[in-house]
Design a protein around this ligand. Structure first.
Ligand SMILES: [Zn+2]
Ligand SMILES: [Zn+2]
Ligand SMILES: [Zn+2]
Length: 798
């Protein structure tokens, strides 16, 4: 998301203020000594070898050492050499290093004769950021393909510039005994590379080779012969044969298991859907290289760069029609986009390499190895029992995964990254805060949960935990929190949670606050969305902005279900300036599953009756229709909502697009995918004091449906109407309050059609618009917002 070295990063070389102590050498040259503390992502990224060779080149003596607070360097030599060293520290740092801060102190020279690398040492309470897992680097890929190399075709090849990090780290400082690689004893060859400061694998903690490292093998579904005595090559060749035969394979990867099958094989994809209990939600596809991606998808330069980035997320791309072999229609039903990623481990590279005849290997569906919304499986035993009914065979390995991470999902919006799911490759890289925060744990929301811990200028946002509705996910949430607290040496002083009393995360926070006697702050859902957006843009404490928070569900301060909100918000508090007018949601959750029910409520709220013919009327059984109508008319078991997500549902149903959903946001996604980009006309909302009524929009949609207009036209007019309404409401707020910064957040803003039109219109109207680039606009970004709000409130209280 943010490039690893954004220009706003606090690069604080304070060396200019620090005159080294000097001593007169016998030859007349002045010698000084400096002690530098370098913090940021500086361990496990080849930083010490870089320091070592830099010092050697400049003829400096001294030492370098990893500590749990960062890297400490002492250098001694001539003033010119010291200056050259400190300049190069920034300019020439290794590719994966991210230097946040360098502090320096002058010391008296000691006459040390050489430069050495000292043993790592832990410092109580100290902490530092940890690198995420990163894709295989070009040097390792070259060795992987070189028959002369001792790691030729070895599926776990890695070096200081690539490979697993976060998923194998149990504690800091980051050294082999603190990782899941501790179980593998290095062979003499690996040991030599590991000890050689000039080797690319110097202190590469996951270093391994065929003689000493992890192995891969293929096992049957019944766990009999769990370890088939085959060579790595035979195991991978066997896996490829099964995939080409249309079988479903459970593949153990970097952060957990994938379920894989041939994405061009309809039967195989259908079977995977049935077994996984996933009806329509799209699957991601792994393709062997950019050429293959280009066969199936439109690819802009920014998307190409993102696909090939070392984070290797799933990138949502516009699919091309009519390519051969075609990706099965069951991969992403009724969608115009396809989620695509490139191989990111050596095992993937071998699994998807071209056939002997040069033919490309078919693209593979690669979906998380789990049922529906359970956490992704990580261990062999666990996978064997949980995934046995799903997979025809298992491609296993014996490197333990300490922390699970799902694949990240990102799109490109106006040349910048828009995260949809921030996990592998990004977590646990911190978000930099504009001011120092106390130790706070923010527990996030219910769906797409992440949690967030703050300390100093950092917010450590967790990997994607998932939907906290099941016991397994809750367990994964709790162990994840304990792991992060240990890793970053954070003991929360305060907790932050969503106001929804029934969210499992909320209950966890309240229980824990009571048990440990901590302060706890309830943060309103949409306030948290907007605060997250302000925080990632580094807005100052005390700043205020117009926050447009549109999503499906968020608990309001009045107990209603909010979701179409215009806030005047800072970090500390907010004011609800405008919102979509409440409608009753017949049966609550039942309406979330069935947009047709919400459509009835919106039609009634618009002052229309339920006479005549309309798609949602026919979509419901008469008894259900009668019950929903009764609920909508009386408000019985029909909580009031201002949800924009539900308005999308209603319009999708009235336009005949979808009446029942199988995953969150499905109706809105399908409605968006139909929108005619050439349609310029619009519907109109009614904007009164503090309220935006969708009544006129619903009446016009009903009229257009009855006139026989296409869903494509209706969808486009509806999108245009929302974009115009946003600009109109923001204009009124600007007139009243003098604010011109608008932050857009909430799951609805994953809708690229709406986001694009809204940003364009707001900018034309001279607003400054903030959209998400570091954390998702959906509930995956909520925990960051909760954390920054609680940081303010905790500061006030203490
Ligand atoms: Zn490498
Ligand atoms: Zn070895
Ligand atoms: Zn939300």
């Amino acid at each position: 998301m943010p490039s690893r070295k954004p220009d706003h990063l606090t690069m604080m070389l304070r060396l200019k203020d620090t005159e080294p102590s000097r001593a007169q050498q016998p030859d007349g040259e002045t010698v000084g000594r400096l002690r530098l503390l370098v913090s940021g992502v500086v361990q496990g990224v080849g930083f010490r070898p870089f320091i070592y060779s830099l010092a050697g080149r400049l003829g400096l003596t001294g030492w370098v050492c990893n500590t749990s607070a960062g890297v400490i360097v002492e250098i001694e030599g001539s003033g010119d050499a010291l200056e050259a060293f400190t300049n190069a520290l920034e300019a020439d740092a290794p590719p994966l290093a991210v230097i946040d801060r360098v502090t320096s102190e002058a010391l008296p020279p000691t006459g040390e004769p050489a430069f050495t690398i000292r043993e790592s040492r832990p410092e109580p309470g100290a902490f530092q950021p940890i690198s995420p897992d990163l894709c295989t680097c070009p040097d390792c890929l070259r060795e992987l393909a070189d028959p002369e190399d001792r790691r030729y075709r070895y599926p776990f090849i890695n070096c200081t510039n690539c490979g697993p990090r976060f998923t194998i780290i149990k504690d800091i400082p980051y050294d082999r005994p603190s990782t899941t690689m501790a179980a593998f004893e290095m062979c003499p060859d690996c040991e030599r590379e590991y000890r050689d400061p000039l080797d690319r694998r110097f202190h590469a903690q996951p270093i391994a080779c065929p003689a000493c490292g992890p192995r891969v093998w293929l096992a049957g579904p019944d766990r009999s012969g769990l370890r088939v005595e085959a060579s790595e090559d035979e195991a991978i060749a066997g896996a490829r044969r099964l995939l080409k035969d249309g079988r479903i394979l459970a593949v153990k990867g970097l952060g957990g298991f994938h379920l894989a099958c041939d994405a061009t094989n309809d039967e195989a994809v259908k079977r995977l859907r049935e077994r996984k209990g996933r009806v329509d939600k799209p699957f991601a596809v792994m393709m062997s290289d950019l050429a293959q991606v280009e066969c199936h998808c439109h690819l802009a330069a920014d998307e190409r760069r993102l696909l090939e980035s070392r984070e290797r997320p799933i990138v949502l791309l516009w699919a091309k029609a009519g390519q051969r072999p075609e990706i099965s229609g069951d991969v992403a039903p009724r969608q115009k986009t396809l989620g695509v990623m490139l191989p990111y481990t050596p095992l993937h590279a071998l699994l998807l390499e071209p056939e002997a005849a040069g033919e490309p290997f078919p693209p593979l569906v690669m979906t998380s190895g789990n049922y529906a919304e359970e956490p992704i499986a990580t261990e062999n035993e666990e996978a064997a029992s949980r995934l046995a009914p799903l997979a025809d065979a298992f491609l296993l390995h014996d490197r333990e995964i300490h922390i699970r991470t799902d694949d990240s999902v990102v799109r490109i919006f106006r040349g910048a990254e828009l995260p949809i799911r921030r996990s592998r490759g990004y977590a646990p890289y911190p978000i930099h805060l504009s001011s120092e925060a106390p130790h706070i744990l923010a527990v996030g929301a219910e769906l797409k949960n992440t949690f967030c811990l703050t300390r100093g200028g950092y917010a450590f946002l967790s990997h994607h935990v998932g939907d906290l509705e099941k016991f397994e996910t809750l367990q994964s949430f709790e162990t994840g929190i304990a792991h992060f607290e240990g890793l970053f040496r954070i003991q929360p002083e305060a907790l932050a949670f969503d106001l929804h009393p029934d969210y499992l995360a909320t209950r966890y926070a309240r229980r824990r606050a009571e048990r440990e006697g901590l302060s706890a702050f309830g943060v309103q859902h949409h306030h948290a969305h907007i605060a997250a957006c302000l925080a990632e843009h580094g807005l100052e404490t005390g700043a205020r902005a117009i926050g447009v928070a549109f999503d499906g569900t968020g608990y309001g301060t009045d107990g209603a279900i909010w979701g179409g909100e215009f806030l005047i918000a800072g970090y500390r508090d907010f004011e609800r300036a405008y919102h979509l007018a409440y409608i009753p949601l017949p049966g609550g959750d039942a309406s979330i599953r069935k947009p047709a029910r919400t459509a009835l409520a919106h039609i009634l709220a618009a002052g229309l009756d339920l006479e005549g013919d309309l798609p949602p009327f026919d979509a419901l059984q008469s008894s259900e229709r009668a019950a929903a109508e009764h609920q909508a008319r009386t408000g019985l078991n029909a909580p009031p909502t201002s949800s924009m997500g539900r308005l999308f549902d209603a319009v999708a149903s009235i336009a005949g697009v979808r009446h029942e959903v199988n995953y969150e946001g499905q109706a809105a996604i399908e409605l968006e995918s139909l929108a005619d980009p050439a349609e310029a006309s619009s519907y109109g909302f009614e904007i009164r004091d503090g309220e935006v009524s969708a009544g006129p929009v619903i009446r016009e949609v009903v009229k257009d449906v009855r006139r026989g207009l296409s869903p494509a036209t209706i969808s486009a007019r509806f999108h245009n109407a929302i974009a115009s309404m946003i600009v109109e409401v923001c204009g009124r707020i600007r007139a009243d309050h003098g604010l011109r910064v608008v932050a857009l957040s909430g799951g609805v803003f994953q809708n690229m059609t709406l986001l694009g039109r809204t940003v364009e219109k707001l900018e034309t109207a001279n607003f400054e618009v903030l959209t998400h680039r570091c954390v998702p606009p959906n509930d995956g970004g909520i925990s960051l917002g909760q954390a920054v709000v609680a940081a303010q409130l905790a500061g006030v209280r203490s």
